[in-house]
Design a protein around this ligand. Structure first.
Ligand code: 5GP
Length: 190
């Protein structure tokens, strides 16, 4: 997706050879026009999958996911990273290790929002080692719904997540794949 790659090149900032900051349009400040285009692109790529639910993890997945759900005219389900006292009955959980926080959390879903018979599309901002996406996949499996695929805004192709997910036979669509971040210079996969 050229519009996205252009923004990554113009505004992305390599924190080191592993981590990319795109907080001017995706992770802190959000460009809604770009997110709308991202949502429309995911909706186009999964148009034939009969999606009934889009699901993501709070918080950086929400902007691209809500635009995808809006375009597809289906509900968005936001999986939680913490359990509050009002969220304790009828929940599904799995443990996820966070790449950026270097800590684990309990990914949590109120089971009534994803049901057996649902066809789920997962959306997230980044794919690195795949822990977040594997957690989402595990919860969808526990819910009894069908996973139709996953859409990622930025995949870091030099980390193992993309390979792991594709090897599982899951339909994975990444709008930009970065093959390396070397000395602050980004290389995209064609
Ligand atoms: P994974 O679980 O695949 O290792 O990492 C994915 C999650 O970590 C994403 O949901 C994202 O929030 C965060 N993440 C991983 N790598 C990066 C990165 O390079 N930049 C930013 N901003 N977030 C990242």
């Amino acid at each position: 997706m050229e519009m996205l790659k252009k923004r990554i090149l113009e505004e992305g900032h390599a924190l080191n050879d592993q981590v990319l900051l795109v907080d001017s349009f995706l992770n802190h400040q959000v460009d809604p026009v770009l997110m709308q285009a991202v949502g429309e692109e995911f909706a186009r790529r999964f148009a034939d999958a009969g999606i009934t639910r889009v699901a993501t993890i709070e918080s950086s997945g929400i902007a691209p996911a809500v635009m995808t759900a809006l375009t597809m005219r289906v509900p968005l389900v936001i999986m939680k990273k913490s359990v509050s006292s009002i969220l304790k009955d009828g929940i599904l959980q799995t443990e996820v290790f966070s790449f950026t926080k270097n800590a684990s959390y309990q990914l949590t879903l109120k089971s009534k929002f994803v049901r057996p018979g649902d066809k789920v599309l997962l959306i997230d901002d980044f794919l690195a080692n795949g822990c977040a996406l594997l957690g989402l996949i595990d919860i969808v499996k526990k819910s009894g719904a069908t996973l139709e695929g996953a859409g990622i805004v930025i995949e870091k192709g030099f980390q193992s997540g993309g390979q792991t997910i594709r090897d599982m036979g899951i339909h994975l669509e990444s709008l930009a794949i970065i093959d390396s971040i070397a000395d602050g210079k980004l290389t995209f996969r064609e």
